[in-house]
Design a protein around this ligand. Sequence first.
Ligand SMILES: NC(=O)c1ccc[n+]([C@@H]2O[C@H](COP(=O)([O-])OP(=O)(O)OC[C@H]3O[C@@H](n4cnc5c(N)ncnc54)[C@H](O)[C@@H]3O)[C@@H](O)[C@H]2O)c1
Length: 334
Amino acid sequence: MKVLITGVAGFIGARLATLLPETHDIVGIDNLNDYYDVTLKQERLRLLGKKIKFVQMDLCEKQTLEELFKQESFDIVINLAAQAGVRYSIENPDAYIQSNVVGFLNILEACRKYPVKHLLFASSSSVYGGNKKIPFSTEDNVDHPVSLYAATKKSNELMAHAYANLYQIPVTGLRFFTVYGPMGRPDMAYYGFTDKIVRGEAIQVFNHGKMMRDFTYIDDICDGIIRLLNHIPKGQIDYQVSDSWAPYKIYNIGNNNPVQLGKFIEIIEKHLGIEAKKEYLPMQDGDVVQTFADISDLSKETGYQPTTDLDEGIKKFVEWYKAYYAIGENIGKK
Ligand SMILES: NC(=O)c1ccc[n+]([C@@H]2O[C@H](COP(=O)([O-])OP(=O)(O)OC[C@H]3O[C@@H](n4cnc5c(N)ncnc54)[C@H](O)[C@@H]3O)[C@@H](O)[C@H]2O)c1
């Protein structure tokens, strides 16, 4: 199996490449942009070593991308490259249209010209926007995004459906729910909290810590993706919202066990051995109050069941964080 992972220097891409069996021949691309610390992206690539063939490339370089597809004849394409982050999309809308919309169009076009067995792409739990009904099901309406980031992810789902219909490209969309773990994303709340707690600075807790998130450990997310690689959508006569007459299907990959932000912070404090100074603030624009994944489709069809609970997952993150930043064992001990 020849597999392309885009965004391979990213948090999920690098871990997925690590966990994919050696029988896969992996090509990875990434533009190594400086949205967050580039040395962390380089470190992920260094650890992957020769397991992948790495090509530094931007999804927006259409011609170069198509040349790569022509040369490599991919069986499976996993599109994880994107401008991530909800809050950054308020200040930098253009970056989202470029990487997430133009970049994804280039991936679809490349798959049309050089057909693949299966295209999988990252969507996001953020497409559920302000939905009130929980848990969030892939059968629910997702027409009310509350950030441009979410709108680009919903656009990806629509674009993918059109290409599945027009060109019979088998395509699976993956709505990930707040992914965390070692080598994670420094722009995400749990990472930023840890940075600040270690430095003795106050953390900003939005919505007074009452937000609920379906935090999902990185290896559970990767397990869900790997289970779907050869689970190729075929198109259904009796289709519903999450599938279609075309070879198209959307899944949630989450933990199915939402936790309050305040509880999450308590677990970080426990594993760091430091109590955080907290500044409680109201909700921020673009944020949603809660996320909660209904994973029944994925479980029924692939046997997916998340196995890492929050305590164990945060412990692993904190251990990695201390080792990576060479923080002594005495931190937090009086
Ligand atoms: N981490 C989460 O909690 C989460 C939740 C929902 C969805 N997602 C989605 O999953 C995917 C992976 O997320 P992640 O957490 O690993 O993010 P990440 O930012 O760590 O990884 C994305 C990688 O893509 C690269 N990239 C961005 N734009 C590019 C472009 N135009 N061309 C080539 N490379 C480009 C970046 O350099 C980065 O290394 C993204 O699509 C993200 O939107 C993530």
